[in-house]
Design a protein around this ligand. Structure first.
Ligand code: ADP
Ligand code: MG
Length: 238
């Protein structure tokens, strides 16, 4: 089943056209990685999928429904950014449960689901701390926890590990892979890191100047790049 469908999506900021007709179908449960040089439109594309940015033209479908004009809160999508954006005055448990509280879920349900999510991310011992008392990797886990608890159909990650040191990045990459297997959710993941792209992706989408240069499985792009740009980008040392 197709979970996410982008149909001739375009975006201009004033006279600057940054997304120039993107077509892409993402299957349910697929892990798709967006790569491409800085400024080529990856974050803008994610923000449009999340509903945080209007399209200039085109259509976005989720699970077969046109959501082009659906507000972010009703898209069943969760986005994880590189800046953690946790609420500093709330505990970890309150941060994770915040979305459910907004939706007026009963206290017992919130506490049960926060516990479940904390178990998945192995942060049970941190639930009563505040973000200030956490390491970078722990904060990023909490940010992911806030996304998971909403049980979205699609997860969007915008360079979620780029603020972490190398060792932690490797560890978090393995955890994201484990999470993907466990949740079976559809994931779109933007990264600069070639190793992340090659190891996490079912398919890699190579962006350049608001267009897609090539879409394919990691080995396919590596062995049969469509052009010099893809070859340079995929083959370049990390
Ligand atoms: P990437 O994430 O691939 O680095 P972005 O999607 O952030 O690229 O940006 C693509 C282009 O759109 C860049 O030229 C950027 O300056 C421009 N851009 C992004 N957001 C805005 C905005 N709100 N207003 C004007 N230009 C923007
Ligand atoms: Mg970006």
């Amino acid at each position: 089943m197709t979970q996410l469908s982008l149909r001739d999506v375009r975006k201009a900021f004033g006279s600057l056209e940054v997304i120039k007709g993107i077509n892409l179908d993402v299957e349910n449960g697929e892990f798709v990685v967006f790569v491409g040089p800085s400024g080529c439109g990856k974050s803008t594309m994610l923000r449009m999928i999340a509903g945080l940015e209007d399209l200039t033209s085109g259509q976005i479908d989720i699970a077969g429904h046109d959501v082009t004009r659906t507000p972010p809160s009703r898209r069943e999508i969760a986005m994880v950014f590189q800046s953690y954006a946790l609420f500093p005055h709330m505990t970890v448990a309150e941060n994770i449960g915040f979305g459910l509280k907004l939706n007026k879920r009963p206290k017992e349900e919130i506490s049960r689901r926060v516990g479940d999510v904390a178990g998945v991310l192995q942060i049970e011992a941190l639930l009563e701390r505040t973000p200030r008392e956490l390491s970078g990797g722990q904060r990023q886990r909490v940010a992911i926890g806030r996304a998971i608890i909403r049980e979205p159909k699609v997860f969007l990650f915008d360079e979620p590990l780029s603020n972490l040191d190398a060792a932690l990045r490797v560890q978090m990459r393995l955890e994201i892979a484990r999470l993907h297997k466990r949740l079976g959710a559809t994931m779109i993941y933007v990264t600069h890191d070639q190793t992340e792209a090659m190891t996490l992706a079912d398919r890699i989408v190579v962006f350049n100047h608001g267009r897609i240069e090539q879409v394919g499985a990691p080995m396919e792009l590596y062995e049969r790049p469509a052009n010099m740009f893809v070859a340079g980008f995929i083959g370049a040392p990390a």
